[in-house]
Design a protein around this ligand. Structure first.
Ligand SMILES: [Zn+2]
Length: 401
């Protein structure tokens, strides 16, 4: 209920619109945790302000006295106000708008447009996600999931993320990369729903396989195509870097620099190459046989996951291992050993069609998210950001659902 609206001059001389409001009797004295009506406890002498959506270019604030209630279950807590989430200095409409924008624009755009600090955007996202996650069960109906480790803070810390292969959505994320973290996911999922999982894909980590075997015994384990291709890409990059160093050492500086700039032509998949990059590759094929063979090994491995028939994939994979084992390119000889070890899990992925473009897009998005160092003062903030943008928790724009 609005009591008055005034224009004020802010600390920096800017105009502010301040609406003095009061909670209507029907909504008053409710616990901010459980929304139950409770006896009042006290009322603060000083009013509090909440930032609302701008009116044109003028910042808007709601101002009200806050009170506390004595909840039978939660003790003395702040009374709920209908216009804001508990503990927030922003209105719900402002927060939902900010969260929606975060899903559709870069964080820097959001911060500038809404005139808020990074830190505030991260806090808003955390509150919106907690609010919306409580209202949905994202672990319902899972059948085929992917488990992945994502590093942040330059590879020192990890998040464990679980994606749904059927929707492509992120359904769970937790701090750490060990059996304890994965067991927490299975605790949240519950034994009954874990028993309904049919497929679980992951990277090669032994501890993931052990926990999955123990807690989702009916699920077929697969190795994500994403990881296999990433291993091959890394091997190829090692070959290229070693060649650059060798050329430099031999005094061939021009050739070394030219080779250094071939990185993207080599790492991209062929359909995405630009005309210039195709020319670069043709040049490598002519002048740099070893590197070109390494490139072909990477592409051939990628092609295995595109095989329609399992028999084709099996033949291709056998051929690839044989080729890589005697290619005399050290990183690929090593990779051949790894691939041989995971032979069965790779074929499982092909057989069950688990090389999924949607969950791969989610993985790529999450990796990009962790690379932006700013804004995340804690892993919890990063998890909230991941859940908001990839977990289907983006709120509708206020008034437009
Ligand atoms: Zn309560």
């Amino acid at each position: 209920m609005i009591e008055s609206v005034d224009l004020e001059t802010g600390e920096r001389g800017q105009e502010l619109l301040v609406a003095r409001v009061r909670v209507k009797a029907g909504a008053a004295r409710r616990c901010s945790r459980c929304q139950r009506r409770c006896p009042g406890y006290d009322t603060s002498p000083d009013p509090r302000r909440w930032r609302g959506l701008d009116l044109g270019t003028t910042p808007v604030f709601l101002q009200a006295r806050t009170s506390r209630v004595s909840c039978r279950e939660h003790g003395v807590v702040v009374a709920a106000v209908p216009w804001a989430r508990p503990g927030s200095r922003f209105t719900t409409a402002f927060e939902d708008t900010a969260a929606w924008l975060v899903c559709h624009a870069t964080l820097s755009v959001v911060a500038v447009l809404l005139r808020v600090a990074w830190r505030s955007v991260a806090d808003i996202v955390t509150r919106v996600v907690a609010d919306r996650a409580a209202a949905t069960d994202r672990l319902a109906g899972l059948r085929r999931i992917g488990i992945d480790e994502i590093s942040y803070r330059k590879g020192q810390r990890y998040l464990l993320v679980v994606t749904d292969h059927d929707s492509g959505r992120l359904v769970w994320a937790g701090k750490g990369r060990n059996a304890a973290t994965l067991n927490r996911f299975f605790d949240d999922l519950g034994a009954e729903r874990a028993g309904l999982l049919t497929h679980v894909s992951a990277d090669g980590a032994r501890w993931i396989h052990d926990v999955v075997a123990a807690r989702a015994p009916a699920a077929v384990l697969c190795l994500d195509a994403f990881h296999v291709v990433a291993w091959a890409t890394e091997a190829l990059d090692q070959v290229r870097r070693a060649m650059v160093i060798r050329l430099r050492a031999g005094g061939h500086h021009e050739e070394a620099t030219a080779l250094k700039h071939t990185r993207w032509a080599l790492l991209k998949s062929p359909p995405n190459l630009t005309a210039g990059q195709r020319t670069t590759l043709a040049g490598i094929a002519k002048a740099n046989g070893g590197l070109y063979r390494a490139y072909l090994l990477k592409e051939q491995l990628r092609a295995i996951f595109q095989a329609v028939e399992l028999a084709d994939a099996r033949a291709l994979l056998g051929g690839w291992i044989a080729w890589a084992q005697r290619c005399r390119i050290e990183p690929f000889v090593k990779l051949a050993k790894t691939i041989r070890k995971y032979h069965a899990l790779i074929l499982n992925a092909v057989e069950h069609g688990l090389s999924n473009a949607r969950s791969e897009a989610t993985n790529t998005h999450l990796r990009l998210l962790t690379r932006r160092a700013y804004g995340y003062h804690s892993p919890e903030a990063l998890i909230a950001m991941a859940n908001l943008t990839r977990g289907g928790l983006c709120p509708p724009l206020p008034g437009r659902s």
